[in-house]
Design a protein around this ligand. Structure first.
Ligand code: TXA
Ligand code: MG
Length: 315
């Protein structure tokens, strides 16, 4: 299959919408990362997403909709969820909510669970496309276990990307946030952080007026599917919290200059936006990688989560 590279104009979006309506999969820009989108109501389209990614099929996908009203057609938006939706949508927040019986979403999207993960992306191209297509299931547009893509070039990377495996990519340049969405669910009735991401946990807790339950810290909580330990993995070995890089290492700096710095000035939003591209570029040097310490608050917590997974033993 020849993968089409589409411009994010009216014609490109119309072409993407036609491909999606035909059950094909298209990589689309969002403010967090590029998503590999398929019609969430079409089981065959969703199967093509899993196939293109080589993703284990027990791992459910996020459904993207243009607004809160569209979310209500798919899930029960509970009181706390509505508070968060009104504060952070459109944006880098995914809510795991009870799936409505009449949602019309292919069961492969939720991997048969009674809950569904929903997000309203804020990227103008994603917004415009969703108004042409209806709900789109989309995981990050990378091969399973590899580094998430924050540009169309990452999606099509000849080394392990999806070129030739998907119908098209809608190229709108780099993603401004650069980290996947923050995922919040209510597995035991309490608002719980399922994945740190592009909206800082502190901002969500402030909005709710109470701290979030920590999924990892609760041994009674069921394991969220897809929280595989090794993820976002570069090929090279990765050492974290390194202030003293070895001579044979490619060093990813923070709050310091350098060819692989995440932010010269120590700006966490800039570091998040550069993280995945920097990991890819550093990996191409073919040497072990060391990463400077990153403050563990705000977006830094999500950056450190991704780095820990990237450094985890490979499965
Ligand atoms: O920013 C993002 O979230 C990007 C863009 C494309 O929207 N998407 C993304 O999707 O990161 P993905 O598939 O790479 O990660 C989705 C996560 C997975 O860890 C999955 O297990 C979890 O969401 N998830 C999906 N449905 C769930 C559910 N019903 N219950 C618990 N976790 C769920
Ligand atoms: Mg992913």
């Amino acid at each position: 299959m020849q993968t089409e590279r589409l411009l994010p104009d009216q014609m490109g979006m119309a072409r993407a919408a036609i491909l999606l309506a035909g059950g094909h999969v298209v990589a689309i820009p969002t403010e967090t990362v590029y998503g590999l989108a398929g019609d969430a109501r079409n089981g065959q389209a969703v199967a093509r997403i899993y196939e293109a990614k080589g993703r284990p099929s027990f791992n459910p996908l996020i459904v993207h909709v243009p607004d809160l009203e569209a979310a209500r057609a798919i899930a029960d938006v509970t009181a706390e969820a509505e508070t968060l939706a009104k504060a952070f949508w459109p944006g880098a927040l995914t809510l795991v909510l009870p799936l409505r019986a009449d949602a019309g979403i292919a069961s492969l999207v939720t991997a048969g669970l009674s809950t569904v993960a929903i997000r309203v992306p804020g990227h103008p191209v994603a917004q415009a496309l969703l108004r042409l297509t209806g709900p789109l299931a989309a995981p990050s547009a990378n091969a399973s276990g590899r580094i998430s893509p924050t540009s169309a070039d990452h999606v099509l990377d000849p080394d392990g990307g999806l070129d030739g495996r998907i119908a098209a990519v809608l190229d709108a340049g780099p993603c401004p946030v650069g980290l996947e969405s923050t995922i919040i669910g209510w597995p035991q009735g309490r608002a719980t952080l399922l994945r740190p991401g592009g909206i800082p946990t502190e901002a969500i807790a402030r909005c709710l007026g109470h701290p979030l339950a920590d999924h990892q810290a609760d041994p009674a909580a069921p394991n969220a599917p897809g929280q595989l330990t090794s993820h976002y993995a570069p090929k090279a070995a990765l050492r974290l919290n390194v202030s003293d890089p070895g001579p044979g290492e490619t060093h990813i700096a923070f709050a310091a200059p350098g060819p692989f710095t995440l932010s010269e000035t120590g700006d966490l939003a800039q570091a998040a936006a550069r993280l995945f591209d920097t990991l890819r570029r550093a990996d191409r040097e073919g040497r072990p990688i060391s990463v400077a310490p990153i403050p563990d608050h705000g977006l830094g917590a999500a950056i450190n989560d991704r780095l820990r997974r990237a450094a985890a033993p490979r499965g």
